[in-house]
Design a protein around this ligand. Structure first.
Ligand code: NAP
Length: 527
């Protein structure tokens, strides 16, 4: 059984079918797409280039799809996922509109009993959770939300029919990657907009050229190279850290490299210049200042706006860096007000709008909650998952979030996970690269067990502990762990602090996984 019909779930279903398994996928939405099904907010698009935000198992599929631009928007990506599902005839094996409520492991039968919201019970030997990394939206963020007279929407649950914002008084809460896309997209249409800013982001202007048939054919010619390349790089992109060591260059030489990547209009400034920005305070400061300078100029050096919208207390790249399109310029519009949540935070939602701690009521017609997700662990914690001895995964993760390479959790035999904590993921990986790799590894592991007459696969405690130790050792060398954001779980009250994504590099992670497979999956006990 597969949970989810997003990027990972679709591929996992395909792989299991190819292996001749009896398999069915269950999806809460009414269609395929996962992230691309739920996040239909204005401006939603990915920041990985179309040529690498791809499935790699079929050259024909790759070549037969024509992306319209370098960074296509949500509607196109949702269409692409439907194209993939239809091409492989996957939908007949997906039960839509079905949310999984619980999954309990039976130690007598070595099987999982899974229950849906509608009370349907499914008995399965292998349970593969492809529930997404950023799929548990923080919906009830503020007291009083239900009292609001107007419309209130979380970006991750955006209505299919859209929301009419034309001429309306709109509030946007949150300025992460999502809020930024929403703000820049709705700015020309709204009557007025109040943007509630607490923590600003370093931003890079996106360059998004159209992709013609000729351009796509050129990418198609590189299919095999790209397929190989994305598995080897630090973040699963086609680019990788390429600059000479930081200290071998003078400031002018470094700036020249930064300028070149800035002009690429992609995430390469972050993921393909100097790895030192993740480790060394000096490098971090210099690159941060490079970006700040660009941002100040766009804000006309307005001291109040610069103070509010340019990060000062954390380094470039220790949060997810968003690409944007004229986002900062929105704040220069006469009908836009930036509300400084650092001076007066949001106290509650009231019938007419948003009340801040200075007693002010900001009256609006529509509130957009771009306040993020319970990342990594949230999707699984929201299901009542119980492993050996009735142990609850949710309770366990309330104390400490641990996994065996993000692929299994000790004590939960035959439960496999993709997009789970402690594997490379959205924070530091092009998601299609990581998810496909995890699906391939899981499929290989199950195939191996079956071929060796084994019924049960479970990561050992020792293997899991070793992985957590290694994960932390790598993470603790970086500046990322010193910064608050969803990367560290600090956006959710009470969530135990740990870097959710493995930061040792996608290439290294792949090597480690491949090594395990080659050696018969040591650390994953089979019986
Ligand atoms: P996020 O990065 O967690 O941002 C949430 C925002 O809401 C932050 O600015 C946060 O401020 C603010 N917020 C939360 N509670 C608040 C409160 N009580 N008062 C004021 N502000 C509050 O979530 P996200 O923007 O949805 O992005 C999550 C991830 O999804 C991204 O990092 C990225 O990996 C992925 N994503 C990708 C794309 C893309 O590919 N282009 C687009 C969208 C999302 P604080 O930081 O101060 O808490």
């Amino acid at each position: 059984m597969v949970i989810g019909a997003g990027v990972a779930g679709l591929y996992q279903l395909h792989r299991m079918r190819e292996m001749g398994m009896s398999v069915r996928a269950y999806e809460a939405g009414s269609g395929v797409g996962g992230t691309w099904y739920w996040n239909r907010y204005p401006g939603c698009r990915f920041d990985s280039q179309a040529e690498i935000y791809q499935y790699w198992f079929s050259e024909e599929l790759y070549k037969s799809w024509q992306p319209s631009e370098r960074f296509p928007a949500q509607p196109e990506t949702e269409k692409w996922m439907n194209y993939v599902a239809d091409n492989l005839d996957l939908k007949k094996d997906i039960q839509f509109n079905t949310r999984i409520k619980s999954a309990h492991y039976n130690e007598n039968t070595d099987r999982w009993l899974v229950t849906t919201d509608d009370g349907e019970k499914i008995d399965t030997q292998f349970l593969i959770a492809c529930c997404g990394m950023l799929s548990a939206p923080l919906v009830n963020r503020f007291p009083g939300q239900s009292s609001f007279k107007g419309e209130i929407h979380h970006t991750g649950l955006w209505p299919k029919e859209g929301v009419d914002l034309k001429g309306k008084k709109v509030a946007v809460i949150g300025t992460g990657a999502t809020g930024i896309q929403v703000i820049q997209t709705i700015a020309p249409d709204v009557g007025s907009m109040k943007i509630f800013v607490r923590t600003p982001e370093y931003v890079i202007p996106m360059k998004n050229p159209k992709y013609t048939k000729e351009i796509w054919a050129e990418w198609g010619d590189k299919f095999h190279d790209l397929k190989k390349r994305v598995k080897e790089t630090f973040a699963g992109f086609d680019y990788d850290f390429e600059a000479p060591p930081w200290n071998d260059l003078n400031k002018e030489e470094r700036t020249e490299i930064l300028e070149k990547h800035w002009n690429d209009g992609s995430l390469s400034l972050w993921l393909a210049t100097f790895p030192e920005i993740f480790f060394e305070e000096d490098a971090s400061q210099e690159v941060s200042e490079f970006v700040r300078k660009k941002m100040r100029a766009r804000l006309n050096n307005d001291p109040k706006l610069c103070d509010l919208l340019i990060p000062k207390d954390y380094g470039f790249g220790t949060h997810r860096v968003p690409l944007e399109n004229k986002y900062l310029e929105v704040y220069l519009q006469d009908n836009v007000e930036a509300v400084n949540c650092r001076e007066a935070g949001i106290e509650e939602i009231v019938p007419d709008g948003i009340k801040t701690t200075d007693g002010k009521i900001h009256e609006v017609d529509v509130i957009i909650l771009a306040v993020g997700f319970d990342a990594g662990s949230g999707a699984l914690s929201r299901i009542d998952i119980r492993g050996r001895k009735g142990q609850s995964l949710k309770e366990q993760w309330q104390n400490e979030i641990k996994t065996a390479m993000g692929l299994q959790v000790h004590g939960y035999p035959n439960l496999f996970t993709t997009g789970a904590p402690l594997a490379p993921s959205a924070a530091l990986c092009n998601m299609t690269t990581c998810l496909q790799h995890q699906v391939d590894w899981i499929s290989g592991c199950i195939d191996y067990a079956i071929k060796h007459g084994k019924q049960v696969i479970e990561a050992s405690q020792e293997f899991e502990d070793d992985w957590v130790r290694h994960h932390d050792e790598v993470a603790n060398k970086t500046l990322v762990v010193k910064t608050d954001s969803w990367y560290m779980g600090s956006n959710v009250d009470g969530k135990p602090r740990r870097l959710l994504s493995y930061i040792g590099g996608v290439g290294n992670y792949h090597k480690k996984c491949d090594e395990l497979a080659k050696n018969g999956y040591p650390g994953f006990l089979m019986s």
